[in-house]
Design a binder for this molecule. Structure first.
Ligand code: MD3
Ligand code: FE
Length: 220
């Protein structure tokens, strides 16, 4: 048997930690959530029984292709009146479901790993991409505390992420995101433009025919 070179020893080990810098204060933690992924998806399904998936309207009157729900004290909503964080789900009139311990622990562990100790998210927006769903280039600037990072967890089908610059004009890099990947970005990278290309169809053992993305934020 030919011997694998020493630097390839972990090439096929899904548990091998890999931190890929995307910017001065943005890092992709490949597979960071893999061990918890099934449990996270079960939590998402439970959350969606209380706060159903919905396609929000933009202030311009477009219907978003991504279905959303959320949990935590706050979650992000959009309608014809604008974007904002809200304590209640406008569909049910109820408070958002509580943030599961497993969500909070993972978000805090990832933030710490990326150099943002003490991250206390108060909002988790949950995005569901069916084939063809996309997110056009935007900045996340509805949070009051721009010093806190955002932690993103990718589950299920892979997606091509667009990692842009400080202005819309900068041509974005393409970053493939896979099941279990976690991205943390803050500081000087906090206001970068970003988006997601239309999801390709496929089948994933954990999520079936979709991609789910969790984003943890400090909104207030
Ligand atoms: C990866 N969501 O909800 S995750 C959003 O995949 C949002 O659903 C996207 O943008 C999603 O506001 C993106 C967050 C993210 C942001 C910047 C990145 C992931 C990144 C930069 C490089 C790689
Ligand atoms: Fe975003």
């Amino acid at each position: 048997m030919p011997q694998a070179p020493a630097d390839d020893l972990f090439a096929n080990d899904p548990a091998a930690p890999q931190a890929l810098p995307l910017g001065a204060q943005a890092v992709l933690l490949r597979g960071f959530a893999l061990a918890q992924a099934d449990a996270l998806v079960q939590c998402v399904q439970h959350i969606a029984t209380h706060a159903p998936w919905r396609h929000m309207q933009t202030p311009g009157g477009q219907t978003m292709s991504v279905a959303m729900t959320g949990c935590g004290p706050l979650s992000w909503i959009s309608d014809r009146r604008g974007y904002r964080y809200a304590a209640h789900d406008p569909l049910t009139g109820q408070p958002w479901p509580a943030m599961p311990q497993a969500f909070l622990q993972l978000a805090q562990a990832a933030a710490q790993q990326a150099g943002f100790a003490g991250f206390q998210p108060d909002a988790c927006l949950i995005n569901r991409y069916a084939p063809g769903a996309r997110m056009s280039l935007h900045q996340d600037r509805d949070e009051r505390d721009m010093d806190a990072p955002i932690v993103s967890v990718s589950l299920g089908l892979p997606a091509m992420f667009l990692w842009g610059g400080a202005t819309r004009a900068e041509r974005p890099l393409r970053v493939p995101l896979q099941h279990g990947d976690v991205v943390v970005w803050g500081g000087v990278d906090r206001l970068r433009f970003h988006g997601v290309l239309p999801l390709a169809p496929g089948a994933h053992p954990t999520t079936g025919d979709c991609r789910i993305n969790l984003t943890f934020r400090k909104a207030r």
